[in-house]
Design a protein around this ligand. Structure first.
Ligand SMILES: Nc1ncnc2c1ncn2[C@@H]1O[C@H](COP(=O)(O)OP(=O)(O)OP(=O)(O)O)[C@@H](O)[C@H]1O
Length: 719
C-alpha cells in the first residue's frame, strides 16, 4: 500500500490477486509466478502503484524504462496512436503465435528450464494484452483543457469520457493561475475540478525537477492542502484523487489523510513526505501546532482548497480554520510558539485559493465574488464573523474567478422530490411503508439527532431490514465500516443507512437511489446536500420528505427557498401560488393499516431494548458513584426517591421503566409474534377480494418479480 493512501490500519491495502502461483523455495523464501494460460483478470498492479522491490516476481522492464512524457498531447491523437499501436501489436502477436505453433509442432516439448525462464521474464503477452484491452474510453472531449498525457490516460481508464460543466469551466481557470470560487450542484464532479489541476501542477513540477539534484524526501513540501468539514468526506476526497493518481502512469504523488480518529504519529510521518494533504481542520491544526516545522513546510503550498466552503467557513470549525489560515501566512514562523496573530498584515500570497461548494448563501457568495467588500476596521470589530475568515483566505487576486455553472437550481438534474404527509405519531409507520414501496433501492435516511439514528436503526433491524447507522458519536472505524457495508457493490441492493447530517455533505456513494428525510432538515442548504447523495454524476434518484402536519409550513418555506427561481417563474406566468413545489405522494392507507401490527410490535421490542440499555448505563453509573462514596446502592430505593415530586416527563420515565421491565420471555414472545407477521406477505389473508378479483399475478410471483413484500398487485407510487 503506498503511503499516500491512508490504509485504515492495513485494511485497504489488502488486494486479492488471481492467476498467481506461490512457489516456496529451498532457502525459505517465496516466489510468485503467473499461472499458465491467460488470467481472467489483470494481475499487474497499475504502474503508479508499483512499489518496486516487493514484486520481484513480476518484472515489468518496459514500464521501468519509460520516461514520463512532459509534452502535452491532444487526447484524440494519443488515443488514435494507442489504438494503432494496439492493432500493430496484435498483428505481431498473431504472427508470433502462428510461428510459435509451427515451431511447437516441430519441437513438441520445450525443456522445463526454458519454460520457467519464460515465466521469470514476467507476464505472458496475453496478460499484457488483457490489460490494454480493458483500457478506457475515448477522451477527446477533454482536448481543449490542455491536460498532460498522464491525466488523459487516467481519465480514459476511469471512463470519464467528457468533463462535467464545473470541470470544463474551472480547470482552465485554475491552470491559468487564478483563484477560483466554484459553485455547482451536488454530484457534479467538483473534486476533480480542483483535483486535476493539482495533479497537473505536480507533474509539471516533477518534469522541471528531473535532471536536477535529487531533492531528499525530508526537504520535500506539499503542493496542496485540501480542507474538508468531515472525516468521511476527507477520506473520500483522498480516495477519489488517489484513483486519479493510481490511473495516471508513472505518477506517484503521495496523499496524506489528516483526520481525527486515526493515529497522530502515523499521520505526522505521512505528512512529512506528502505531496497533497487532505484533512479536517481540527486534526490538521492539531498536527501543525506540534511545532515540528510542519507549518514552514505548509507555507509553501501552491493550492489551498476549501471544500464545502460554506460549512467550513461558518460553522463549528471557525477557530481551527482561523489558526490554520493565520499559520499559512505567518512569514518567518516555524513554530506555533512564535506566533502572534495580530502582529502583522498578511502579505499577498503566492498560492492559489480554491473554494468549492454546491451551496453558498447569498451574502457569502457576494463577498466571495468580491461584489461587496469590507474595510479592515470592520474586520477587527467583527473578528468572529465569516467575513474575517474570508479575508484570511488571502486570495492572491483582488477578485477570484466566480464560476457558477448552474445558477438556476442547486438540485441535481435527475432528482425527483416528493413529500409524504402523515400524522406526527406515525412517522415510523410511514417510513416503513415507503421503504416497502421501494424494494431494491439503496436508501439513505436522514434524521436530526443521534438518538433518532439509534432508535430507527434498531426499529428497522427488528423489522429485518438490512440497516446500518452513521453518526458522529460512533468510533471512526465503525463509521467507515457502516459506509463500506452500505455501499459495497456486493451489499444487499435494499440496504439502508440511517444517518445524521454528518453524512449530508460530499459523500459519494455509488447507487444510492433514494433519500428519505425522516426529520425536516434545519436549513435549506442541509436539504440540498442531503438530497445530493442521490442522482449523482448524471444518474437519477428520489428525495422524499416525511412530514407531520405541523411541519408543513416550515417545509413550504424551505422548499420555497430552494426552488425560489422555479416558483418565481411559475408565479410570473400563473400568479401567486401557495403550493409546495414538491410532489405529494399518496400512500395507500390500507397498506399502512396492514403494516401497523408489525410496527407496533417492532416498536415495543425496540423501546424495551433501548430502555434496558439506558437503565443499565444509569445503574452502572450510580453503582460506580455509590462505590466512590462508599455507600450501599439500592436501585429500588433510588427509584422511589426519584418518583417523588415528579412533574413533566414523569410519564415518559414511567413508560421507559415499564418497557425496561419486560421479561426475557415476554421479549421472546414479541419477537416470535413479529417473526410470524414478517413471514407473511403484507396483504395475505386480509381481503379475499384480492384473490377473487384476480389482482394477484401468480406467475409473476413465482418468477420472483414485483414487490415481494406484497402479495399481488400494488398500486405503485406515481413517483
Ligand atoms: N467527468 C466525469 N464524468 C463522469 N463521472 C464523473 C466525472 N467527474 C466526476 N465523476 C464522478 O461523479 C461523481 C461525483 O463527483 P464528486 O464527488 O466530485 O461530486 P461533487 O460535485 O463534489 O458532489 P458534492 O457537492 O455532493 O460534494 C463521482 O462518483 C465521480 O467519480
Amino acid at each position: 500500500m503506498p503511503d499516500r493512501m491512508d490504509d485504515a490500519e492495513g485494511f485497504f491495502g489488502l488486494e486479492e490477486i488471481e492467476g498467481v502461483d506461490i512457489i516456496k523455495q529451498g532457502d525459505g523464501g517465496v516466489q510468485f509466478k503467473a499461472k499458465a494460460g491467460k488470467p481472467t483478470k489483470s494481475i499487474i498492479k497499475p504502474p503508479s502503484e508499483d512499489d518496486g522491490d516487493e514484486w520481484a516476481g513480476f518484472s515489468d522492464e518496459d514500464s521501468s524504462k519509460k520516461s514520463p512524457a512532459t509534452e502535452k498531447t491532444p487526447a484524440a491523437t494519443k488515443v488514435k496512436e494507442d489504438k494503432k499501436s494496439k492493432k500493430d501489436k496484435k498483428k505481431e502477436q498473431n504472427k508470433t503465435k502462428k510461428d510459435e505453433q509451427n515451431s511447437k509442432e516441430q519441437k513438441p516439448k520445450e525443456s522445463k528450464a526454458a519454460q520457467s525462464q519464460s515465466i521469470k521474464a514476467g507476464l505472458s503477452f496475453a496478460a499484457l494484452d488483457d490489460v490494454e484491452e480493458d483500457d478506457g474510453v475515448d477522451v477527446s472531449a477533454w482536448d481543449g483543457l490542455n491536460l498532460s498525457p498522464e491525466t488523459f490516460t487516467a481519465l480514459s481508464k476511469m471512463k470519464f469520457s467528457s468533463p462535467s460543466a464545473i470541470q470544463k469551466a474551472s480547470i482552465p481557470a485554475i491552470l491559468d493561475g487564478h483563484d477560483v470560487v466554484g459553485k455547482a450542484s451536488t454530484g457534479s464532479g467538483k473534486t476533480l475540478a480542483f483535483g486535476i489541476p493539482i495533479i497537473e501542477h505536480y507533474l509539471d513540477q516533477r518534469g522541471k525537477q528531473e535532471g536536477q539534484s535529487d531533492k531528499s524526501e525530508k526537504n520535500k513540501s506539499p503542493i496542496a492542502l485540501i480542507l474538508s468539514p468531515t472525516r468521511e468526506l476527507a477520506h473520500q476526497l483522498g480516495k477519489h484523487i488517489g484513483e486519479l493518481i493510481a490511473n495516471s502512469p508513472d505518477t506517484n504523488a503521495r496523499v496524506a489523510l489528516i483526520t481525527g480518529g486515526m493515529s497522530i504519529q502515523k499521520q505526522q510521518r505521512q505528512l512529512a513526505t506528502a505531496d497533497i494533504v487532505i484533512g479536517t481542520p481540527g486534526r490538521v491544526w492539531e498536527i501543525l501546532s506540534t511545532g515540528t516545522g510542519l507549518i514552514r513546510k505548509m507555507q509553501k503550498i501552491q493550492f489551498l482548497v476549501v471544500d464545502e466552503a460554506d460549512r467550513l467557513l461558518s460553522e463549528g470549525h471557525f477557530k481551527e480554520m482561523e489558526h490554520i489560515l493565520n499559520a499559512l501566512d505567518k512569514h518567518q514562523a516555524g513554530d506555533i510558539a512564535d506566533m502572534d496573530e495580530e502582529e502583522e498584515e498578511e502579505e499577498p500570497s503566492n498560492r492559489q485559493t480554491l473554494v468549492f461548494s454546491a451551496t453558498f448563501h447569498k451574502d457569502l457568495q457576494q463577498k466571495l465574488a468580491g461584489k461587496s467588500r469590507w474595510t479592515s476596521g470592520e474586520m477587527l470589530d467583527n473578528k468572529e464573523s465569516m467575513e474575517y475568515l474570508l479575508k484570511k483566505l488571502n486570495f492572491r487576486e483582488e477578485k477570484p474567478k466566480f464560476i457558477d455553472v448552474n445558477p438556476e437550481s442547486q438540485m441535481a438534474v435527475g432528482l425527483k422530490e416528493g413529500i409524504v404527509e402523515c400524522p406526527a405519531m406515525e412517522k415510523d409507520l410511514y417510513l416503513y411503508s415507503v421503504l416497502l414501496y421501494y424494494p431494491k433501492h439503496r436508501t439513505l435516511i436522514f434524521t436530526n439527532s443521534i438518538s433518532a439514528v439509534r432508535r430507527i436503526t434498531q426499529l428497522l433491524q427488528a423489522l429485518q431490514l438490512p440497516v446500518f447507522a452513521l453518526h458522529s458519536n460512533m468510533a471512526q472505524k465503525a463509521r467507515l465500516r457502516s459506509i463500506e457495508r452500505f455501499s459495497s457493490p456486493t451489499a444487499n441492493p435494499s440496504s439502508i443507512l440511517v444517518a445524521t447530517d454528518v453524512a449530508a455533505r460530499g459523500l459519494d456513494i455509488k447507487g444510492v437511489n433514494c433519500i428519505i428525510h425522516y426529520h425536516v432538515p434545519r436549513t435549506a442548504d442541509a436539504y440540498v446536500h442531503r438530497s445530493g447523495r442521490t442522482a449523482r454524476a448524471g444518474e437519477s434518484g428520489k428525495s422524499i420528505l416525511i412530514c407531520a402536519p405541523d411541519e408543513v409550513v416550515g417545509v413550504a418555506r424551505l422548499a420555497g427557498k430552494i426552488h425560489s427561481k422555479k416558483t418565481k417563474k411559475a408565479e410570473d406566468s400563473n400568479g401567486p401560488s401557495k403550493k409546495i413545489p414538491l410532489e405529494s405522494l399518496d400512500i395507500d392507507r390500507r397498506v399502512v393499516a396492514r403494516l401497523r401490527p408489525r410496527m407496533s410490535l417492532a416498536k415495543r421490542i425496540t423501546d424495551s431494548t433501548i430502555a434496558k440499555e439506558k437503565v443499565n448505563t444509569e445503574d452502572n453509573w450510580l453503582r460506580a458513584a455509590a462505590d466512590d462514596l462508599g455507600v450501599e446502592y439500592d436501585s429500588d430505593e433510588f427509584d422511589q426517591s426519584k418518583g417523588r415530586g415528579r412533574g413533566r416527563g414523569g410519564g415518559r420515565e414511567r413508560r421507559e421503566k415499564e418497557a425496561s421491565e419486560l421479561s426475557k420471555s415476554e421479549m421472546a414472545g414479541l419477537r416470535a409474534e413479529l417473526k410470524q407477521l414478517l413471514s407473511q406477505r403484507v396483504n395475505i389473508g386480509v381481503s379475499e377480494k384480492y384473490l377473487t378479483a384476480g389482482r394477484i399475478d401468480i406467475d409473476a410471483l413465482l418468477r420472483g418479480e414485483g414487490n415481494d413484500a406484497f402479495l399481488g398487485h400494488l398500486d405503485p407510487l406515481t413517483f
